[in-house]
Design a protein around this ligand. Structure first.
Ligand SMILES: [Zn+2]
Length: 112
């Protein structure tokens, strides 16, 4: 016995396990985001290196029903926020160093 349901767009009978309708291609259910270790490693590294995207990727996981996916999403968002904080603090530090350096040099030249 096969479990079937009908496509919400074209009403063709489709398997409950199908992700897409074979007739019209309608997405029958969202594919769960991958929990494969390599994908997760990529997700966390990506969250650190490409801050704005980590939030979107993280939200995709947080929206899932299972606790593990939610945790993955929270970690990805956390890493993204940390990365943004480091970027802002780092930029401010560099700016301070550069602007102090420039004003010291200017004073040296003006003193000549
Ligand atoms: Zn269909």
């Amino acid at each position: 016995m096969e479990l079937t349901t009908s496509c919400i767009r074209c009403h063709t009978n489709v398997d409950q396990t199908d992700f897409y309708c074979r007739v019209c291609g309608k997405n029958l259910r969202a594919k769960p985001p991958s929990m494969d270790p390599f994908t997760l490693a990529g997700l966390f590294i990506g969250s650190l290196l490409l801050p704005p995207f980590g939030i979107f990727w993280g939200l995709k996981y947080i929206r899932e029903d299972n606790q593990q996916s939610k945790l993955v999403g929270l970690i990805a968002c956390g890493l993204t926020i940390l990365s943004i904080i480091f970027a802002v603090v780092g930029t401010m530090k560099i700016y301070t160093i550069v602007s102090n350096g420039v004003s010291n040099k200017l004073q040296e030249y003006q003193g000549l």
